[in-house]
Every structure is written in C-alpha cells, then in structure tokens.
Design a protein around this ligand. Structure first.
Ligand SMILES: Cc1cc2nc3c(=O)[nH]c(=O)nc-3n(C[C@H](O)[C@H](O)[C@H](O)COP(=O)(O)OP(=O)(O)OC[C@H]3O[C@@H](n4cnc5c(N)ncnc54)[C@H](O)[C@@H]3O)c2cc1C
Length: 226
C-alpha cells in the first residue's frame, strides 16, 4: 500500500503564486491576491508554461515498487531532484517489503510462485551476509518489485507534463495508481490545487483532444489522418 506525504515546502496557493510572479513582469499590483489569482488563471489558460515552474511540489513517495520509481525517474524536464532509500545503509538482508500485483494476488498458483521467489531472494541475502558479502553487492539481488521510498522535489510544469503520459490508460497500472494517490493528496491542500488536479493533471488525450498512442484504448478518438 503506497503512501504520499506532501511536505510543507509545497506551494499552498499555486494559481495565486503564478499570477504574483507574472505580475512582476507586467508592472502589476502584486499585493492584491484576487488580482494575482485572476492573472495566474490567465497564464494557465493561455498556456504560458514557464509560469508553472514557480510552483513547488515536495513530497515523500513511499511503499511503491522500485520499478515504478524507476519510471518516475525518466521525467527529467525542469531538473527535478530527489533522494532515494539507500541499498547500502538500510538492512534489506533480513527482509524487505514488496508489491504483489492484483493479477498475482488473485491466483493461488501465481501467488505461490511469486512468494517463493521473494523467499529465495531473502534467503540468499542472509546467506551472502553470513559469508561476509558487502551489503552493496548483495543488494544487486533485490527485485524491482520491492517497495522503496523517495523524497521528490519538482515544479508544477513537470507534474502536469508527467500526468499526460502517466494517466494514460496505456501507462503501467501501478504508476496510474501512484499518480492518482498524488492527485488525491494535492487536492487536499487548497481549492487552487483542487482546480489544478481537476483541470491540468489529466491524460494526454484530454489535453490534446485526441489520442496520439499507436495502440489506443479507444477512450478518445485518434487524430484523423491528413
Ligand atoms: C504507454 C507508454 C509506454 C512507455 N514505454 C516506455 C519504455 O518502454 N521505456 C521508457 O524508457 N519509457 C517509456 N515510457 C515513458 C515515456 O516514453 C518517457 O520516457 C517519459 O514519459 C518521460 O519523458 P517525457 O519526455 O515525457 O518527460 P520529461 O523528460 O520530463 O520531459 C518533459 C518535456 O520537457 C521537454 N524536454 C525534456 N528534456 C528535454 C531536452 N533534453 N531537450 C529539449 N526538451 C526537453 C520536452 O518538451 C518534454 O516533452 C512510456 C510511456 C507510456 C505512456
């Protein structure tokens, strides 16, 4: 079961902040938050993407698989940063948490195979430790299905772009679930975040108005050929 903890450094009123920053460049009155909010909305609806980069999102993402976090790391736009749980200093030899996907959980035979493999890895880790193997070397046996933890920091533009890829029904299901969990936590912060979650954090078919995927799920029509 994954968990998202939004850190206090996350911008509380992102739309107002966007308008406040843009207002500096327009010689506007940035002391009035009603005007800042309106200006922020104008920036967003006009697709002035750079202004979204002033909005900070910092969170702890934990309890999802190392595999999905590996996919998370492919989103480089906006130079995000993160720290991840160490495989040198944390003791995984004597047990690690792991994800069991639904397709495996519901089938006894699959479940047995999955658990037996995890058990074998854990056993090997203990035996390697008893032989004096350095932690960092034995850790190469850890599976992508083990759960991990990161502290992530990125801007809103990066998150919006990520949502287009990862809320797509063709994206890996754990990623879609993790992104939905992030949306759930962000919308609790403020009404402004609720608006952003509802209107900007959407799959690319909603954003584009058509599906660009070769193998479309059919939710939205593909673009008509020339
Ligand atoms: C169905 C599906 C299957 C996928 N399969 C795979 C897979 O098999 N393997 C895999 O590795 N990934 C896969 N992905 C992930 C995907 O292809 C991207 O790697 C991922 O979304 C991150 O890259 P990005 O360009 O979307 O985002 P970012 O790297 O965050 O970039 C965001 C935006 O910033 C700009 N940008 C970023 N870097 C540059 C740059 N260097 N120069 C100029 N502009 C830049 C671009 O406009 C870009 O669109 C898959 C995704 C989906 C939805």
């Amino acid at each position: 079961m994954g968990n998202i903890i939004i850190l206090e450094e996350t911008t509380i009123n992102p739309i107002t902040l966007i308008g406040k920053r843009a207002g500096v460049c327009w010689g506007a009155d940035i002391t009035d938050d009603t005007k800042n909010y309106k200006r922020g909305m104008d920036c967003i609806t006009s697709n002035h993407g750079r202004t979204l980069e002033y909005v900070n999102v910092e969170m702890i993402i934990e309890g999802y698989s190392a595999r999905v976090i590996r996919e998370w790391y492919t989103h480089l736009g906006g130079a995000p940063t993160r720290l991840q749980a160490s495989t040198r200093y944390i003791d995984y030899e004597h047990g690690f948490h792991y994800i069991v996907p639904e397709s495996i959980r519901i089938d006894t035979k699959r479940y047995d195979i999955y658990l037996e493999t995890i058990h074998q890895i854990q056993k090997a880790l203990v035996e390697l430790e008893e032989l004096g193997t350095p932690k960092e070397d034995a850790a190469l046996l850890l599976p992508l299905g083990m759960s991990t933890k990161i502290v992530d920091k990125r801007n809103l533009r990066s998150l919006v772009d990520m949502s287009h890829q990862r809320l797509c029904s063709r994206a890996y299901h754990e990623y879609r679930k993790m992104f939905a969990d992030i949306c759930m936590e962000l919308q609790k912060i403020s009404d402004e975040w609720k608006w952003i979650v509802d209107n900007l954090l959407v799959p690319k078919c909603d954003y584009l108005g058509y599906c660009p995927e070769k193998k479309s799920c059919g939710r939205v029509q593909k673009r008509m050929e020339g």
